[in-house]
Design a protein around this ligand. Structure first.
Ligand code: ADP
Ligand code: MG
Length: 550
């Protein structure tokens, strides 16, 4: 038996683990199970490549064993294993990319709690065992080498020795610290607790993860192994999708639409996304959670991965499983990753085009979609200029054309009069307010259609978005709405002269209240109306700003 020293960086990291106050200690199991799963993947690949390799691949699996008396937890796999050199190189030193960065940040961070948060951001692999164990024993055998036993308390040194008759693969035995809720240490000898953690983090690992019940008996598989997104679309049933949707969304309704995608080449990924059929109650609350989950090679990495789905599509649920990311990937790294940005762009386009498909093929589903999520999607007109046209394409609005049915912009344009230049709209609190407005009279009288925009967000995007195709949006409550023919204009000019004195008098009399009094051609039955300047705030916006105290 040999006693060796950990490399100095490894020592630093271990000290951090041993004294960890990190609140999510359950993650150690995710790390160990994912290592086991990787080892199984590697062995499978290796035997494909090298027909001479002597290894049993007939029952590749992960086994979890609990010994309550001895207070140990063992994670065992019959995968590729490690040679003695592997163990010293991989476990005794830290060669991982990102570790240097991690330690640097750690040094910079003065605050103990903040430095603990870094653990969550970077992930620490095998060493995370020392958050929950005061001694770790690893026994491993590579198909082309003798078995090795490694053991450490994580304090500076480890021992390593050769062992005979080590089974194929690796077993990691944790000698558990006493359970301590204060210190976020659960009872990891409880099979219920272990099952819960596995289900949360590794349910979709394709290898079976087996464990015996506390009262003994045959081990059973505790993960569902259903990586639906990795199975051919034709093989997955509606019910399976629905069940998985329930799992990721906690919504008991059926999804409105299921989207499957995959990318190959430089950055391989699979995506399984759902558009819900009902908006969650917290759609417009800040604290809301649960959007798209990120998996790396079947291992759950994070919930609500904003880097993959923009805010305005926050209601989209599902999973993106990336092949070429590190399990330790942090939000910070994701934000900078160009491949992730490309994936996000593709996902957004796919969601928008799926909705466009609904418009054509399933008008009822589309109507449901827009009713439930339209208000959120319109935020994208402001935040995602690149997809503005695609969003306008799938948008619909209440209109004077039909008291019940909303209209799309394409349908509006279709109905436009030959000489009509603009898409007319009016914003307001409600349909009734807009319909009772004198502004609408002239346009109605002349047979023009007006969009009725009643969402607060409408006030904002109509200012930012110039138009749809080559048609410009024009508020009928602002500036001069140019509805007259040349002849009518000439007549209006004459009339303006006739009334000049009167208008001047009115303007002076009302000088505190209005900027100018003009003759109007908008009105048919009302005697007068108040209009805003082209650059003024609309009454609704004015009210909003006032309510916000501005
Ligand atoms: P990572 O998995 O990110 O590389 P870890 O600290 O989890 O970092 O593991 C370090 C390395 O140790 C792995 O890359 C792998 O080569 C080796 N290793 C860990 N666990 C196992 C295992 N169960 N079987 C074979 N090799 C393993
Ligand atoms: Mg690992």
């Amino acid at each position: 038996m040999e006693t060796l020293e950990f490399q100095s960086e490894a020592r630093q990291l271990l000290r951090l683990m041993i004294h960890s106050v990190y609140s999510n200690k359950d993650t150690f199991l995710r790390e160990l199970v994912s290592n086991a799963s990787d080892a199984l993947d590697k062995l499978r690949l290796e035997t494909f490549r090298d027909k001479d390799l002597v290894a049993d691949t007939s029952d590749l699996h992960v086994a979890i064993e609990v010994d309550r008396g001895a207070r140990t937890l063992t994670i065992r796999d019959n995968g590729i294993g490690m040679t003695r050199e592997d163990v010293i190189g991989l476990i005794g030193t830290i060669a991982k990319s990102g570790t240097a960065e991690f330690l640097q940040k750690l040094k910079e961070s003065q605050d103990a709690a903040a430095s603990q948060d870094l653990i969550g951001q970077f992930g620490i692999g095998f060493y995370s065992s020392f958050m929950v164990a005061d001694k770790v024993t690893l026994v491993t055998r590579h198909p082309r080498a003798e078995g090795v036993r490694w053991e450490s308390t994580g304090e500076g040194t480890y021992t390593i020795e050769d062992v005979e008759d080590a089974p194929q693969g690796t077993s990691v035995t944790l000698h558990l610290k006493p359970a301590d809720p204060e210190d976020h240490l659960a009872d990891y000898t409880s099979t219920a607790k272990i099952t819960e953690i596995v289900k949360r983090y590794a349910d979709f690992i394709t290898w079976p993860i087996r464990m015996a019940k506390e009262d003994g008996g045959e081990p059973t598989t505790i993960n569902s192994r259903k990586a639906l997104w990795a199975r051919p679309a034709s093989e997955v049933t509606e019910d399976e999708y629905a069940e998985f949707y329930r799992h990721v969304s906690h919504d008991w309704n059926k999804p409105l639409e299921t989207i499957r995608m995959h990318g190959e080449g430089v950055f391989e990924y699979q995506a399984l996304l759902f558009i819900p059929s009902q908006a969650p109650l917290d759609l417009f609350l800040r604290e809301r959670k649960r959007g798209v989950q990120l998996y790396v090679k079947r291992v759950f990495i994070m919930e609500d991965c904003e880097e993959l789905m923009p805010e305005y599509l926050r209601f989209v649920k599902g999973v993106v499983d990336a092949q070429d990311l590190s399990l330790n990937v942090s939000r910070e790294l994701l934000q900078q990753d160009r491949q992730i940005q490309l994936v996000r762009r593709r996902l957004v386009k796919k969601v928008l085009s799926t909705v466009k498909g609904l418009m054509a093929d399933k008008p009822e589903s589309y109507a449901t979609f827009w009713r439930e999520f339209g208000t959120a999607v319109k935020e994208g007109l402001l935040s995602d200029p690149d997809n503005r046209d695609a969003i306008l394409d799938i948008a619909s609005f209440a209109s004077t054309a039909d008291p019940e049915q909303p209209t799309t912009l394409a349908q509006y344009v279709e109905r436009m009069k030959d000489d009509q230049q603009h898409i007319y709209y009016m914003t307001g609190d409600s349909r009734a307010t807009v319909e009772n407005s004198p502004h609408l009279e002239a346009l109605r009288a002349k047979g023009f259609e007006v969009l009725i925009l009643t969402d607060p967000i409408d006030e904002m995007w109509v200012d930012a978005v110039p138009g749809f195709k080559d048609k410009v949006f024009q508020s009928i409550a602002k500036g001069q709405v140019d509805l007259e023919t040349e002849e009518e204009k000439a007549q209006a000019g004459e009339r303006q002269k006739d009334f000049a004195d009167f208008l001047a008098w009115m303007t002076t009399t009302l000088t505190d209240k209005v900027k100018e009094v003009r003759l109007s051609s908008r009105l048919t039955t009302s005697p007068a109306c108040v209009v805003g300047d082209a650059h003024d705030l609309t009454p609704t916006l004015e009210k909003m700003y006032r309510a916000m105290g501005q």
